[in-house]
Write a protein that binds this ligand. Sequence first.
Ligand SMILES: *[C@@H]1O[C@H](CO)[C@@H](O)[C@H](O)[C@H]1NC(C)=O
Ligand SMILES: *[C@@H]1O[C@H](CO)[C@@H](O)[C@H](O)[C@H]1NC(C)=O
Ligand SMILES: *[C@@H]1O[C@H](CO)[C@@H](O)[C@H](O)[C@H]1NC(C)=O
Ligand SMILES: *[C@@H]1O[C@H](CO)[C@@H](O)[C@H](O)[C@H]1NC(C)=O
Ligand SMILES: *[C@@H]1O[C@H](CO)[C@@H](O)[C@H](O)[C@H]1NC(C)=O
Ligand SMILES: *[C@@H]1O[C@H](CO)[C@@H](O)[C@H](O)[C@H]1NC(C)=O
Length: 518
Amino acid sequence: MWSKVFFVCLLSALQQSSFGVDLKFRECSPRMPTAVSNWSSPYCVCNSTYCDDAPRISRPSGSFRSYVLISTSKDGLRFSTSTGSFRGSDAAPDIKPDASITVDPSMTYQDILGFGAAATDATGININSLPEAAQNEFIRSYFSEDGLEYTIIRVPMAGTDFSTRPYSYAMVENDTLLEYFALAEEDHRFKIPFIRRAMKLSRRPINLLASPWSPSPWMKARPTWIGSNTLKREYWHTWAFYFAKFFKEYQDQGLNFWALTPQNEPLNAFGALPINSMEWTVEDQRDWVVNFLVPILKKTGFGNINIILVDGMRHLLPEWPQIFMNDSSTRKQFAGTGVHWYLDHSYSVDRLDETHDLFPDKFIIYTESCPDYDADLGSWYRAEQFAVSIIDTLNHWVVGWLDWNMALDERGGPNWNGNFMGAGVIVNGSAGEFYKQPTFYTMGHFSKYVPPGSVRIGTSNEGPFEIKTVAFRRPDNSTAIVFLNTHDSERIISVSDITKGAIEFSIPGKSIHTLIYW
Ligand SMILES: *[C@@H]1O[C@H](CO)[C@@H](O)[C@H](O)[C@H]1NC(C)=O
Ligand SMILES: *[C@@H]1O[C@H](CO)[C@@H](O)[C@H](O)[C@H]1NC(C)=O
Ligand SMILES: *[C@@H]1O[C@H](CO)[C@@H](O)[C@H](O)[C@H]1NC(C)=O
Ligand SMILES: *[C@@H]1O[C@H](CO)[C@@H](O)[C@H](O)[C@H]1NC(C)=O
Ligand SMILES: *[C@@H]1O[C@H](CO)[C@@H](O)[C@H](O)[C@H]1NC(C)=O
Ligand SMILES: *[C@@H]1O[C@H](CO)[C@@H](O)[C@H](O)[C@H]1NC(C)=O
């Protein structure tokens, strides 16, 4: 297996010279998990002196028919590049494909807003456990031109379960006027410095999205951080003012927000999940947003921050957006709907279409998704789960997709309540290393190569084997097609575009690809 991986890497390095692929990019330094299962795939090791890059792709100078193919596979390819040319549509294919993808650039759908993940306390704690030079490689990996180029960072307002303690910014009991409101040590140590470094490195503008998990227990009908509890009516004003205070404190640190969600998973408290939470009925949350949050944000100069509804699972669609936006006079206050992927297996993707059809001018974005904790690094299963979800949801009007924690430790934490999970990067602080998981590369096949402002275009797909696919016209007018082989074995696929001709190539079993041509 390794000789094959290295052969392909070498091949792609040799091929780069004549095409639009940056020559200098560093390949994955692969390591295989210790406990090997049939889903095991290598993870890429980064440290203070070495870390792999995501290749920069630019317009090839050669033929009008050239393309670049970027590939990641279970058997070890990581953003491996190869190039070739379309043949004119009059020339006959020399092989019979297992699946044929046809692109229809005349059909256009939603504009892409962006991809990203959350700057949780756990992320910052893990970054800080690395030596400075490895921290720089980490931030480069997610935000620089040699990395995934994320453009959205979700910022929890105070603590989440991925903190080392539950906390809010209003810890003094009965402080109704928020005179003692203060950012926490966590903001100053784990979030603000990291977000600033990311923004400094990124050539794309970064959008910050704020979401609260829980107010202080004293504001709640049942004074606990977790479990079933609602906001006391007498604190509806205080809780709205808390948002304005938060935006002001971050503004004073030079960080301005693009959007907010009123509450992370407003119904999860009912499910008794072990996470900081607060529950809302949809009517209460609507009344609070319309009558308290919006007026206070307007009065304090934050009326331009976009409000993204729901921030919970797909079962709330389309009812929650419908109830929020039924009143045409308040509908304009909402920018879109946020969805978390956790119940997608139980609720049809049609709910996204229904929501879009009801409110075609309001976007739908996936605001949180994460793989379960997996004791073994390098799971291709998680990478495929991500790819399936991203392709399916983008094909149903979604404009962006956010991973959850950007980094966790080898246990899947820290998490103050033991709710350990997986992440795109696992940090091994004691070794001064971090490990890029297969899901990291899945994200990059979209985030890096389908930049904000790309528009989804039509694709169709004919068997006998299904290949999952989604296509875009990028802002520079090139076309990007992302496709996924969920089958175990190699497949021959063809891609046709009436403006270019056709290509056939074989792709390995269990692999994801981005094909780009101008
Ligand atoms: C791994 O094995 C299980 C059954 O043991 C099977 O269901 C699954 O499809 C296999 N996955 C891969 C990637 O081969
Ligand atoms: C960092 O990783 C590179 C590439 O894997 C390796 O050659 C080097 O020895 C590592 N450095 C340290 C300090 O472990
Ligand atoms: C906060 O207010 C509640 C209700 O008025 C009261 O019972 C409680 O003693 C107050 N707590 C403090 C620390 O003042
Ligand atoms: C929308 O409002 C109308 C009355 O204005 C009402 O009849 C209808 O039930 C409402 N729909 C929802 C989903 O709230
Ligand atoms: C993390 O580093 C330690 C050495 O500090 C090493 O023993 C351990 O195996 C590493 N973990 C992984 C997953 O490589
Ligand atoms: C893309 O194509 C459109 C229409 O053909 C043209 O107006 C626009 O200038 C092109 N943009 C770039 C970046 O080439």
